[in-house]
Design a protein around this ligand. Structure first.
Ligand code: PEP
Ligand code: MG
Length: 755
C-alpha cells in the first residue's frame, strides 16, 4: 500500500494545477480499489459551496459545472461530520441527494472521505460501486491515508489554479511576522535548490534566452563528462553507460529541444526548464515499474544541474520595483540584504513563524512581514500586486479597490501614529505615578544603531552577535570582532550594551560551520557550542572586553541557552581567564557585568541559584515560550499554540523576577513580548527592571507605559494570573487597556480584512 500511495503522491506533487492533480488522484484510486466511480468534490471557500471537480465513472461533462451547498447530500454530510461515511445502500440514506446531471443513480455503495487540513475540510474524496456492499477496512484505510497526504498538496494546487484562472483577489493566512502594512509588487526569490518553485516569467529577447539556455546545457554536459571521468576507475562499463544516457537526455532531440520550444513561446529558460522537467518527472513517477520510476529522480537531478548553470550565468544584478514585496519559500537573512532598503516594502515567507529569527530581523528593520503562508503559490506570484498585513498575518494577492483603500487608510493611520509618537523620543519611560522602567533595544545589524538612537534608546538590552557571524563566510577574527563591537559600544556609550555571546544552533546556522541534527532546537545551541569550543568563546569575549579600552563604554556580557549552573560556572571561569590575560597584557579595562538568559524551563526553576552567581538575568521569552509549551517557534503548523500569554509562561516570568529580586539583582526581558505594548504593561507590573525590544516598537511601548499607573497595571496582572486560558487572558488584557484609554497605542489586530 505504501508503494501505491508513494506513487500517487509523487505524481500529484508534480502536477501543475488542481485539475491535473485531481485527475491523478481519481485515476490512481480507481486503479487500486475495486470501485466503479471515484470523484473529488472540492470545497470553494470563496463561494461557500462544493464543486464537482474530477471523476472516473460519472459524467465527465459535469466536472466544474455541478455545485452543492455546504451541507447538501452525502458529500455535505461527510463535511459536517468530518469523518468517513461508508454506506452499502446510499440511496436509502436520509441525506442522499440525487443529482441527475452527474449520472450516479446506478450506484448503491458509497464511501466518502473528508480531505482535511488544519481542521478545515478542503474537499471530499468519494468512491462508489453499483453492487451494494460496504467498502472494506483496507479500502477505507487507503482513502483516509491518501486524503491526509493529499490535503497539503490540494491546498496548494487549489489556489494555484484559482489564481491562474480567475486572477482575482485571494487571501492567504500565515502568522504575523513584523507589524505594519505593505502594498506593493511581489518579487519572488527562488529557493536555490528547488526547481519546482521557479516562477513563470516572460522574456522579450527570445533568441538571447535560447542562447543562454544552450550555454547552460553545454556547461552541465561538461560537468557530467567530468563526473564520469572521475568515476571511471570506480564504475563498471554498465554504470558508465548511464552517463551517456544523461548526456543524450540533454540533447536537443530530447529534453533540451522541448525546453527551447517553450522558450520560443516567450517563457524564460528557467520556467521552461521547470515545466519540461516537471512533465517528465510526472510521467516517470506514474509508471508501475520501480526501475523506470527511479528515473524520475535522475531527470530531476539533471534539471537542477542545468538550473544551477542558468543561475550562474543569469545571476547578474536584478532590478527591483518600488515597494517590492520579497516572497520566498524560506526567507534567509542574506536575502534581506538583496533588495535595496528604500525599495523593500514587505516580506512574505512561506515557512517560519512569528518568532523565527528572520521574523525578528524584519521587525528590527521595520519591514512588515508575514510568515508561514504555506499555501501561497510562489510560481504564479511574480509581479502581482500584493498586500502584506503584518498585524494579522495575512497576504492578499490582486487586492480589490476596496481592499486597497482599507489598507491605505491603515497605513496612513500608522504613519500619523508614528509621527505623534516621535514627540516621546526624549520623554522618560515613566508611568503616570512616576514609576520608571528602562527601555532598551535589541540590535545585531549595523543599521540598528541609527534607528535605535533615533528613537532615544537608553541602551542595548540584547546585541545578537551571531548576525555578524552569519554575514561572513568564515569565523570573524578577534580583530574583526573587536572593530565591530567597539563601534557598537561607542555608539551607545555611556549607556550599557548587553552583548550576548554567540548563539548559533537551532534555526541559526553558519554556512561555514554546519550543524547537522535531527532536533536542532534541543541540540547543540548557544552556550553549549561556546563551551565545547572555548577557542571561539575566548576570542569573542576578549574582543568584547578589549573593545571598551579607553572609552566610556559600558559592556555587559550575557550567556544564552543556559540550562544548568555548571554552564554558568564554566563560562565565568573562561571569562575571568580572558580578563586576567588582558590585564597581564597591560590592557586597562574593567571586568564587565555578567548575566544569564533564562530561556529554558530548567533555568526558571534554578533562577535563584543562577542569579546568585552573576550580576543580572534577562529572560529570552521567545525561546522560553517554545520550550515551556513544547511548540517550535518556527513551525507554522503549530503557530496558534505558541502563546506568550499562556498561564504557564506568565507564571514562569513572574517567578524569574521574584528570584532575581530576592537576590537583589536586576532582571530584564528581551524577547518579542517586550515590544508589544500590552504585554509590556504586564511585564512592568511583574517588576521587570528593563524591557529590551526591536527599535520600531520602542515609542509605542513608551506611550503605553506613560498612560498607565502602576496600581492599574498590577490590578490587571493580578486578574490574569488568576486566569487559566491564554485566549481569554489576551482578550482581557486588551479590553482592560482599551478601557483605560490605551486603544490607540495597542498593536493592531483584527483590522483590515482579517477574518
Ligand atoms: C529569546 O529567545 O527570547 C531571545 C531574545 O533570543 P533569540 O530570539 O535570539 O533566540
Ligand atoms: Mg533565544
Amino acid at each position: 500500500m505504501l508503494d501505491v500511495l508513494k506513487r500517487i503522491i509523487q505524481s500529484v506533487n508534480s502536477a501543475r494545477n488542481l485539475s491535473a492533480a485531481l485527475e491523478i488522484i481519481v485515476e490512481g484510486v480507481i486503479s487500486e480499489i475495486s470501485a466503479d466511480v471515484c470523484s473529488v468534490y472540492v470545497f470553494d471557500d470563496t463561494r461557500n459551496e462544493f464543486v464537482f471537480m474530477a471523476t472516473r465513472g460519472l459524467n465527465p461533462e459535469s466536472v466544474g459545472q455541478v455545485r452543492l451547498a455546504p451541507n447538501e447530500g452525502l458529500v455535505g454530510y461527510v463535511r459536517e461530520r468530518a469523518e468517513p461515511i461508508n454506506l452499502d445502500n446510499a440511496p436509502a440514506h436520509p441525506r442522499y441527494h440525487f443529482i441527475p446531471e452527474i449520472g450516479e443513480e446506478a450506484f448503491k455503495s458509497f464511501l466518502g472521505v473528508p480531505i482535511i487540513q488544519n481542521r478545515r475540510v478542503l474537499g471530499v474524496l468519494v468512491v462508489q460501486q453499483i453492487e451494494a456492499r460496504r467498502f472494506d477496512e483496507s479500502e477505507e484505510a487507503l482513502l483516509i491515508t491518501l486524503s491526509a497526504q493529499l490535503a497539503g498538496v490540494m491546498v496548494h494546487a487549489h489556489v494555484t489554479s484559482v489564481l491562474e484562472v480567475e486572477a482575482s483577489a485571494q487571501q492567504f493566512s500565515g502568522t504575523a511576522g513584523a507589524p505594519g502594512i505593505a502594498i506593493g509588487t511581489a518579487v519572488v526569490r527562488e529557493s536555490l535548490s528547488l526547481l519546482d518553485t521557479v516562477p513563470d516569467r516572460h522574456v522579450k529577447n527570445v533568441e538571447g534566452e535560447v542562447a543562454e539556455f544552450r550555454r547552460a546545457v553545454q556547461a552541465a554536459q561538461i560537468e557530467i563528462r567530468t563526473l564520469a571521468d572521475q568515476l571511471r576507475d570506480h564504475l563498471g562499463p554498465e554504470e558508465q553507460g548511464l552517463f551517456d544516457v544523461y548526456l543524450h537526455m540533454l540533447d536537443e532531440q530530447a529534453l533540451a529541444g522541448e525546453v527551447i520550444a517553450l522558450i520560443r513561446e516567450g517563457q524564460w529558460a528557467q520556467g521552461a526548464l521547470r515545466t519540461v522537467i516537471g512533465n517528465h518527472v510526472a510521467t516517470f513517477a506514474a509508471m508501475s515499474d520501480r526501475i523506470i520510476r527511479e528515473r524520475a529522480d535522475d531527470v530531476k537531478a539533471l534539471g537542477q544541474r542545468v538550473l544551477a548553470q542558468l543561475r550562474n550565468e543569469t545571476g547578474g544584478e536584478r532590478e527591483y520595483p518600488e515597494n517590492a514585496v520579497l516572497v520566498a519559500d524560506e526567507i534567509t537573512p542574506d536575502m534581506l540584504g538583496e533588495v535595496p532598503r528604500h525599495l523593500l516594502a514587505g516580506i512574505v515567507s512561506l515557512r517560519g513563524s512569528s518568532n523565527s529569527h528572520v521574523a525578528i530581523l524584519t521587525e528590527a528593520m521595520g519591514v512588515p512581514s508575514v510568515m508561514g503562508t504555506e499555501n501561497l503559490p510562489l510560481e504564479v506570484l511574480e509581479g502581482k500586486a500584493v498586500v502584506v498585513d503584518g498585524f494579522n498575518g495575512i497576504v492578499i494577492t490582486d487586492p480589490t479597490e476596496d481592499q486597497r483603500r482599507v489598507y491605505e487608510r491603515i497605513q496612513k493611520e500608522e504613519e500619523q501614529l508614528a509621527e505623534g509618537l516621535s514627540e516621546l523620543k526624549s520623554e522618560p519611560p515613566e508611568t503616570l505615578d512616576g514609576h520608571l522602567i528602562r527601555l532598551s533595544v535589541n540590535t545585531g545589524l549595523t543599521t540598528d544603531v541609527t534607528t535605535s538612537l533615533d528613537r532615544g534608546a537608553e541602551g542595548v538590552g540584547l546585541y545578537r552577535t551571531e548576525f555578524q557571524f552569519m554575514m561572513k563566510d568564515r569565523f570573524p577574527t578577534e580583530e574583526e570582532q573587536y572593530g565591530i563591537y567597539r563601534e557598537h559600544l561607542s555608539a551607545f556609550a555611556p549607556n550599557p550594551v548587553t552583548m550576548r555571546t554567540l548563539d548559533i544552533g537551532g534555526d541559526k546556522s553558519l554556512t561555514y560551520f554546519p550543524i547537522e541534527e535531527t532536533n536542532p532546537f534541543l541540540g547543540w545551541r548557544g552556550i553549549r557550542v561556546s563551551l565545547d569550543h572555548p577557542e571561539l568563546f575566548l576570542s569573542q569575549v576578549r574582543a568584547m572586553i578589549r573593545a571598551c579600552e579607553n572609552t566610556d563604554a559600558c559592556l555587559r556580557i550575557m550567556l544564552p541557552m543556559v540550562s544548568s549552573v555548571a554552564e554558568v560556572d564554566e563560562a565565568q571561569r573562561l571569562i575571568s581567564q580572558c580578563y586576567q590575560e588582558l590585564i597581564e597584557e597591560g590592557i586597562e579595562v574593567e571586568m564587565p557585568d555578567i548575566g544569564v538568559m533564562i530561556e529554558v524551563p530548567a533555568a526558571v526553576y534554578q533562577a535563584r541559584a543562577i542569579v546568585s552567581r552573576v550580576d543580572f538575568l534577562s529572560v529570552g521569552s521567545n525561546d522560553l515560550t517554545q520550550y515551556m509549551l513544547a511548540v517550535d517557534r518556527n513551525n507554522a503548523q503549530v503557530a496558534p499554540l505558541y502563546q506568550e500569554y499562556h498561564p504557564a509562561v506568565l507564571h514562569a516570568l513572574k517567578q524569574v523576577v521574584d528570584a532575581a529580586h530576592a537576590e537583589g539583582k536586576p532582571v530584564s526581558l528581551c524577547g518579542e513580548m517586550a515590544g508589544n505594548p500590552a504585554s509590556a504593561v504586564l511585564l512592568m507590573a511583574m517588576g521587570y527592571d528593563e524591557l529590551s525590544m526591536n527599535s520600531p516598537n520602542l515609542l509605542q511601548v513608551k506611550a503605553a507605559i506613560r498612560q498607565i499607573a502602576i496600581p492599574q497595571a498590577m490590578e490587571i496582572l493580578d486578574e490574569v494570573l488568576r486566569m487559566d486560558n491564554a485566549y481569554l487572558i489576551r482578550n482581557h488584557v486588551d479590553e482592560r487597556l482599551r478601557d483605560l484609554g490605551l486603544a490607540r497605542v495597542l498593536r493592531r489586530q483584527g483590522d483590515g480584512f482579517a477574518g
